[in-house]
Design a protein around this ligand. Structure first.
Ligand code: ZN
Length: 281
């Protein structure tokens, strides 16, 4: 059975012509640009008059609309030399860096998997992870809308395409749907129970509700057995970051961001067969 862990056909980028590669690059850069816009507009400090579609892009410092030419990903930033044309304030480096990361990630996935359901779902999940990672890191906020999109990606990719299905399926003799369902329930319930115990001792929430749903979403993608290791990796990375950046985490650790990092490491380890149980099935 083909899944993401035993896919071994490397797609050569030479199979695309120059025009196709330019168009794909523009697409990935634009998705990066859109992603940073979504992060900005979903953030809790953003005003109520702002939604995903309105108003058109503006400078957050002087509120002036940005000319169309400067909205071109990466090129717009370079043309403006990183400062707003109207008020001369610095444009955050986060925007061009995000565009570049999405460009590189898109091209890398196309190189590995060609234009396929693998690249599509990995790119989608990467995008949702990216949004949640920064919103949680900066604002301790995990919007339900993105969490739901992540859960849907987990269920659809596994139920219809078997993308992340692995030995767990045979270990427990379960269906692809149960793989995602058990993953979701275990992820959600485990953090809920931890919080319930914490709350009954300290009389306050120790973990945010968004974290339960996010961990459930991670379970729906990688299955129930992956969760202890992802939680361990996330906690380890969180503890290390806390030691080095204690001042930055005064309001506590953004658990969601570290669960996302834990998931990424889990995926990389498993994909490079470092975990030793990626048998071909
Ligand atoms: Zn400005």
């Amino acid at each position: 059975m083909a899944n993401i862990y035993n896919f071994n056909h490397f797609n050569d980028l030479n199979s695309f012509n120059t025009i196709e590669l330019i168009l794909l690059s523009l697409l990935f850069l634009s998705i990066g640009s859109l992603t940073s816009l979504v992060i900005y507009r979903l953030s809790p400090h953003s005003s109520e008059k702002i939604n995903l579609f309105f108003p058109r892009s503006f400078c957050p410092n002087c509120n002036k609309s940005i000319q169309l030419i400067f909205l071109i990903p990466l090129i717009g930033y370079l043309l403006q030399k990183g400062i707003c044309r109207s008020c001369k304030s610095k444009i955050s480096i986060f925007y061009p860096v995000t565009e570049l990361i999405f460009f590189l990630m898109g091209i890398y996935l196309i190189f590995l998997y060609g234009i396929s359901e693998y690249s599509l779902f990995l790119f989608l999940i990467f995008t949702f992870f990216y949004i949640l990672f920064f919103l949680d890191l900066k604002f301790y906020f995990l919007p339900i809308s993105i969490n739901i999109l992540l859960i849907l990606s987990g269920f659809v990719s596994n139920y219809f395409f078997y993308i992340f299905i692995d030995e767990q399926l045979y270990l427990f003799n379960i269906s692809a749907l149960s793989f995602s369902l058990y993953g979701f329930i275990l992820g959600y319930m485990s953090l809920w129970v931890v919080n319930f115990i914490f709350k009954s001792i300290y009389n306050k929430d120790g973990i945010g509700g968004g974290d339960f749903i996010l961990f459930g979403a991670i379970g729906s993608i990688f299955g129930p057995v992956s969760l202890p290791l992802i939680l361990f990796l996330g906690s380890l990375l969180g503890s290390i970051s806390y030691i080095f950046y204690k001042d930055k985490f005064k309001e506590g650790l953004p658990l969601g961001s570290f669960l996302i990092l834990g998931s990424l490491f889990y995926f990389i380890f498993k994909n490079s067969e470092l975990l030793g149980f990626s048998i071909v099935i």
